[in-house]
Design a binder for this molecule. Sequence first.
Ligand code: ADP
Length: 166
Amino acid sequence: MKVGIYPGSFDPITLGHLDVIIRASGLVDQLIIGVLKNTAKKPLFTAEERVKLIELAIKDIPDLPPVKVEAFDGLLVNFAKEKNASIIVRGLRAITDFEYELQIAQTNHKLNPAIDTVFFTTSVEYSYLSSSAVREIASFGGDIQKFVPECIVQSIYDKYKSLRSV
Ligand code: ADP
């Protein structure tokens, strides 16, 4: 059984991520979305919240092959080994992603030669899209409906509302 891991912060999941999930899930028998707990930046949503939002976002996708969502911390190659994964999935939006992604992919391959990284080039309609842009727009009450799955829009506004009230 071919297992792939799609790791990231997903803070929050966007339509760009969803597009990669749908395309990558057809490539493996089991896709695991790995939600990074120990992200360098202080996340808007906790890892558990990010897992829930992803689960909600993929719930109603018709004919989606088996996809699991799990939070993890520590080294990605260790998580991959624990899950018997041989493929790491990443997305490439622009040339600016490339240098960083190449370095990480080569490092991971060196750490565990049994694991290869597969890149999905972004679908053009999402090439500009990032979680940080979504956070910025939502923090000012802007319209994020075109950027994230509809079912999680309100959770993002609610998060900023709860942050403002503390
Ligand atoms: P990280 O903090 O690890 O970069 P992200 O949640 O920002 O995590 O992204 C996870 C993965 O999804 C990365 O490989 C990133 O390049 C990819 N990705 C992010 N946004 C898009 C998009 N709009 N289209 C395609 N891939 C994307």
